[in-house]
Ligand binder design. Structure first.
Ligand code: MG
Length: 256
């Protein structure tokens, strides 16, 4: 009996350890950790740097090519080629300055899943083609995350309210934060969002929203905060996350 209890406790301990592996800090590296390292934004190299620095999350942006390949890049164009109007093969004719090609979402997730410390903060870029295409990008991205069994790593963010609702329809357990800044916390909660991720100025316009969100069990993130004083201000309001181009500075502020 004693032996049985011991093995049960050990199993529980292993489970708890497995759950608690991701870094618990406030730092989300915006487009990876690129700035102080001279790396291309949204490259696998900037993802790996964010992981190496121990960030809670590495943020990145997802588009769908003309021939339905999911790729990772911030702008709607990749070195002059409009991503949505180009085939993946056409995009491969361009390279980042560090020699990387535009990462596919599949390659990016595979790289991120080699570790279990840093979350992958997946932004669905709103398609410029049509609202329907925006939902197609969303369905394709969620399907890719599920195919790779990456759900434990991935949290979603989006500017399109409809995109977030679609993610929730497709994965009821998904963590989804809304970026646009124009909805009060209660409305987000009702739509299936799990958090807000607003420009830091929005929390000044709506000084109650952080506390309201917390009461509803929503997480609060702010973008894109590169200034020490604003970091300190948000930390004093107990936000869960801050998205920044300066993860090294934010770590410094947190450790102070
Ligand atoms: Mg983004």
């Amino acid at each position: 009996m004693k032996k049985h209890i011991l093995s049960l406790s050990l199993a529980l301990l292993f489970t708890l350890t497995a759950v608690a592996q991701f870094n618990k800090n406030i730092v989300v590296a915006h487009r990876g950790a690129w700035k102080t390292n001279g790396l291309p934004e949204n490259s696998i190299a900037s993802l790996n740097k964010a992981i190496e620095e121990g960030c809670h999350g590495a943020e990145f942006d997802v588009h769908l090519t003309k021939d339905d390949i999911l790729v990772v890049n911030h702008d709607h164009d990749f070195y002059g080629l409009d991503i949505e109007k180009s085939t993946y093969a056409e995009l491969l004719t361009k390279k980042h300055p560090n020699g990387e090609s535009i990462p596919t979402l599949e390659a990016y997730l595979a790289a991120g899943m080699k570790q279990k410390k840093t979350k992958l903060i997946l932004e669905i870029k709103t398609s410029r083609i049509s609202p329907e295409r925006a939902l197609e990008v969303t369905s394709a991205a969620v399907a890719m995350v599920q195919k790779l069994k990456a759900t434990k790593w991935v949290e979603y963010i989006c500017f399109s309210y409809e995109v977030g609702k679609r993610i929730h329809e497709l994965d009821k357990k998904a963590k989804i934060q809304y970026l646009e800044g124009n909805k009060p916390p209660a409305e987000l909660k009702a739509a299936g969002y799990t958090g807000l991720d607003y420009h830091f100025s929005v929390y000044k316009e709506h000084p109650n929203w952080i506390a309201e969100a917390h009461k509803l069990g929503l997480t609060v993130n702010a973008w894109t905060v590169n200034d020490r004083a604003e970091m300190e201000n948000l930390i004093s309001q107990k936000v869960e996350y801050i998205t920044t181009n300066e993860p090294e500075l934010l770590f410094e502020v947190v450790k102070k």
